[in-house]
Design a protein around this ligand. Structure first.
Ligand SMILES: *Cc1c(COP(=O)(O)O)cnc(C)c1O
Length: 230
């Protein structure tokens, strides 16, 4: 079981590198984040032991139970929707929050960070497919929320995160990734005071190669590394 995690991890790394080279990018420009939600501790530990030091979780409670059991210098981030009443715990557990999706949650995370004397890197999650059931701000709200985040103490806005509508054909994600990249570059070129726009988080197990071709700097990969979530 742990052997397959090691092999999967190597294969994902190779595929990221190949996708980057296809479009003239350096593989070093892409950070692989393993999404360990629901996965057994032994598999997560196997990935860490094989050198995967960036891990992501989508729920605060689950992460709080898991993080103490994983040995190693792991950098944990939150990739799922954050509720206000879990902001304090999230600020204690994570080094980055990729899923800021409202002014209220940005303000609460900021307040908690200031209280703890901590600085948190954040991304704004954008609902790039304008799906009703998905988290993330509407594209039209991105600039406003970005300006607010940049003005708040204790947090540093680093970019955006998107999850396109799921389709088994990864090519169907490409137009959404292109649109996300356009939004990312527009935000970066706006040169908002207090922000440091350098990350575009997109691509999961099914479509991370397309995401890398379209400019992702962070890919979030779960099942392709750890196997199906059971
Ligand atoms: C679960 C999850 C992933 C990883 O999904 P896989 O398809 O297993 O790679 C990535 N990002 C977010 C926000 C997730 O919730």
């Amino acid at each position: 079981m742990t052997e397959s995690v090691k092999n999967n991890l190597q294969s994902v790394r190779n595929r990221i590198a190949a996708a980057a080279r296809r479009v003239g990018r350096s593989p070093d420009e892409v950070t692989l984040v393993g999404i360990s939600k629901v996965q057994p501790i032994e598999k997560v530990q196997a990935a860490v032991d094989a050198g995967l030091m960036q891990l992501g979780e989508n729920r605060v409670q689950e992460a709080a139970g898991k993080i103490p059991h994983i040995a190693g210098d792991v950098h944990w981030r939150l990739v799922g929707h954050l509720q206000r009443n879990k902001a304090k715990k999230a600020v204690e557990l994570f080094e980055m929050i990729e899923s800021i999706d409202s002014e209220r949650i940005a303000q609460e995370v900021s307040r908690r960070c200031v209280n703890l004397g901590k600085n948190m890197d954040i991304l704004i999650e954008v609902n790039v497919g304008a799906e009703d059931a998905k988290a993330g701000v509407a594209p039209s709200q991105l600039t406003g929320l970005a300006r607010l985040c940049a003005s708040l103490q204790g947090i540093t806005l680093k970019g955006i995160m998107v999850i396109p509508p799921f389709d088994p054909d990864p090519e169907k994600s490409r137009p959404y990734f292109r649109e996300a990249r356009r939004m990312f570059e527009e935000l970066r070129d706006a040169k908002i005071d207090g922000a440091d726009i350098c990350h575009l988080s997109m691509g999961m197990s099914n479509d991370f190669e397309v995401a890398v071709e379209e400019g992702a700097t962070i890919v979030r990969v779960g099942t392709a590394i750890f196997g199906p979530r059971v």
